[in-house]
Design a protein. Structure first.
Length: 275
């Protein structure tokens, strides 16, 4: 389930080439600049400063934040001409490190950290680069994204729908600055006793929100003597008091009563019919 979905990114026929052409250079990017017949600018490596500028021999300080690779090449050529340094400069720019186009990945993955966006990168691409999910990954992914108004929006994605069902709408393209949070889940115990085929403890993820119907099914279902209307959920409240919930499982199955989500430590007891 995708709770909030922003517009997708448009990919070119060759995504990485399109990305390089359209990429807007920013702070911390590392550039390699070559100008033919200018020894001082033959394969010069420069990193873009925090204010979006670089300093080149002969040309001095040049502000280029927000420009594409092609725009930087033309701009440097124009500066060299205007300063009477080169008559017909042949300038080439190679972006060696894309530091201003990154996303952060935190939580229950093998290698959390900061990852560069080179080309069209989707949510599953980044998770794959990070070595995949840990076993304790929760059933939801949260992508924190800043909008044009600088107001942050949270995109909530159902992990099972993304990975098990393969819902392509959930494998969203990532944008620079995205923070992907995969929370660690808690494994909780639910107990099912009485007239079920496999009584005992069920170990489930808290985020799975297991309900009474699922719990009974995982316990093998009712025995022949099990009573659908004779089910009790024993629950310990936060203040230590005990609560007993009477349940008619058949009413829930038939849709007459709402299903009940079980909580950590709940004990489900199925009585036997006396007939």
């Amino acid at each position: 389930m995708l709770m909030i979905l922003s517009a997708g990114l448009v990919s070119a026929d060759r995504p990485q080439d399109g990305f390089i052409r359209e990429y807007r250079i920013g702070p911390k990017d590392l550039l390699e600049i070559k100008v033919q017949e200018v020894p001082e600018l033959a394969g010069l490596g420069v990193r873009v400063s925090e204010d979006g500028s670089i300093t080149l021999p002969l040309a001095g300080n040049i502000a280029l934040a927000g420009m594409t690779k092609d725009e930087v090449e033309k701009f440097i050529a124009r500066v060299l001409i205007e300063r009477n340094l080169v008559k017909n400069p042949q300038v080439s720019v190679f972006i060696k490190e894309y530091q201003s186009q990154v996303v952060s990945l935190i939580g229950a993955v093998t290698k959390p950290g900061i990852y560069q966006l080179v080309g069209r990168v989707t949510l599953l691409d980044i998770i794959s680069q990070a070595g995949g999910f840990k076993e304790n990954a929760a059933n939801e992914i949260f992508v924190l994204r800043e909008g044009k108004s600088e107001a942050a929006a949270t995109i909530r994605i159902d992990l099972e729908d993304l990975t098990v069902n393969g819902n392509p709408k959930l494998n969203i393209p990532l944008q620079p600055g995205d923070v992907i949070n995969i929370p660690a889940d808690e494994v909780i115990s639910i107990f099912v006793f009485g007239a079920v085929r496999n009584p005992g403890a069920l170990q489930v993820k808290k985020s799975a929100r297991i309900n009474i119907v699922q719990a009974v099914a995982q316990a093998g279902g009712l025995t022949e003597s099990g009573k659908y209307s004779g089910i009790t959920i024993k629950r310990t409240l936060k203040d230590g008091r005990e609560e007993n919930l009477k349940v008619n499982l058949m009413d829930i199955i038939r849709g007459k009563k709402p299903n009940i989500v079980l909580l950590k430590g709940d004990v489900v007891f199925v009585r036997e019919s006396i007939w």
